[in-house]
Design a protein around this ligand. Structure first.
Ligand code: FNR
Length: 358
């Protein structure tokens, strides 16, 4: 059951990312996103020298070689184990940190261990993140970290997905205490993430109180698990939740300065979205469905060259902006427009325009 659900998720996520008309020539135009409401003000004399730009990003006592990572997706079946192996090779070849998908299959059936452990085997010196749900016991969380010799543990919060999932949980009240217990028990930093509906400022402040080290906002705009799980129901009766949640830029605006370092993921389409995430205060940006689509559609070599191109272009954009480090991107002038500005004006009036010029 679990293995076929993991295969379903990959199949349905790929179908979602491949939707839309094929372009008649050239690459497809990126789909519209609230990231488009984040504008970096162009200053023609702000540029620096490429060799002075450093991609290393440091936060919560961790140092990542680049401000880009492959976020949690899969494991638990033969097909998803093969995907994890390829993703780990791509991460190794490009220096990206990588997370496995939820390790619940391994915690229920140790026979699936290798579909997750393959990530550490292929990326022996890389930054690897284990992933559990909020209902894992402290002992299970330690086992998940141990299997991967993980450098950090992700705990995913997925109340919307569980609600739409026919076989999903319906009891969420114990999650804060469970997160606190896991965080106290594991020997590595804990990163709490959503799965595509965003973490609000209120949630991030609560997570800080629970001892969590980092919040990955994992907002809407990309892979949509309300739609995926709705597609697995006999009657697609939760279609009205398709636009639920906070977009990634909205979540970053809501959650910044609430006590935790932030990561930007969910609907990141290209290197400019990475830079926009950094400009809104994130330390790195994560990608899931888009990299999975490249891997499954075009193969491992294509994924490695796509990630290399992204890293070059992230550095090129930082050079243009005069940002020597990912942290300096957060000091660039930003203007917000459209729905994102409306959101920011209601939620964080002081954060709704961040131009530093006077
Ligand atoms: C996911 N995601 C996910 N997240 C998580 O914490 N544990 C998991 O097991 C999974 N499983 C999973 C499977 C597949 C096939 C995909 C595409 C995604 C969610 C993922 O980490 C991310 O938060 C969302 O996909 C939003 O990012 P993108 O896809 O828009 O870049």
């Amino acid at each position: 059951m679990t293995a076929s659900r993991k295969d379903d998720h990959v199949r349905l996520a790929l179908a979602q990312h491949e939707q839309g008309p094929a372009p008649s020539s050239g690459p497809a135009a990126p789909r519209p996103s609230q990231f488009d409401d984040v504008h970096l003000v162009h200053h023609a004399l702000a540029g620096t020298d490429r060799e002075k730009v450093e991609l290393t990003t440091a936060f919560a006592g961790m140092t990542w070689p680049v401000p880009l990572y492959i976020n949690a997706m899969t494991g638990g079946s033969p097909m998803t184990g093969a995907i994890n192996g390829d993703l780990a090779i791509a991460a190794r070849e490009t220096g990206l940190p990588i997370a496995t998908g939820s390790m619940s299959p391994y915690l229920k059936d140790p026979g699936t261990a290798d579909t997750f452990a393959v990530v550490r085997r292929h990326h022996p010196d890389g930054f690897v993140m284990a992933n559990v749900n909020a209902l894992a016991t402290p002992e299970q969380a330690r086992r998940a970290v141990g299997l991967l010799e993980a450098d950090a543990l992700q705990i995913h919060l997925n109340t919307v997905q569980e609600t739409v999932m026919p076989e999903g949980d319906r009891s969420f009240g114990c999650w804060p205490a469970a997160i606190e217990a896991i965080t106290a028990a594991v020997p590595v930093p804990v990163i709490v993430k959503e799965v595509g509906f965003g973490l609000s400022g209120r949630t991030v402040a609560r997570l800080a109180d629970l001892g969590v080290a980092v919040a990955d906002v994992a907002g809407s705009g990309g892979t949509n698990f309300a739609t995926i799980e709705n597609g697995r129901r006999a009657h697609a009766d939760y279609a009205f939740l398709a636009s639920w949640g906070l977009s990634t830029p909205a979540a970053l605006l809501d959650a910044r300065d609430r006590g935790l370092p932030l990561l930007a993921s969910g609907g990141v389409r290209h290197p400019l979205d990475v830079i926009r995430g950094l400009a809104l205060g994130a330390h790195a940006a994560g990608v899931s469905g888009l990299f999975l689509t490249t891997l499954q559609r075009d193969g491992l070599k294509a994924l490695i060259s796509q990630i290399r191109q992204w890293l070059e272009q992230i550095a090129a954009l930082m050079t243009l902006l005069g940002a020597h480090t990912p942290a300096e991107v957060a000091t660039c002038d930003v203007v917000l427009t459209g729905e994102l500005r409306d959101f920011a004006l209601q939620r964080r009036p002081s954060a709704s325009g961040t131009t530093k010029d006077s």
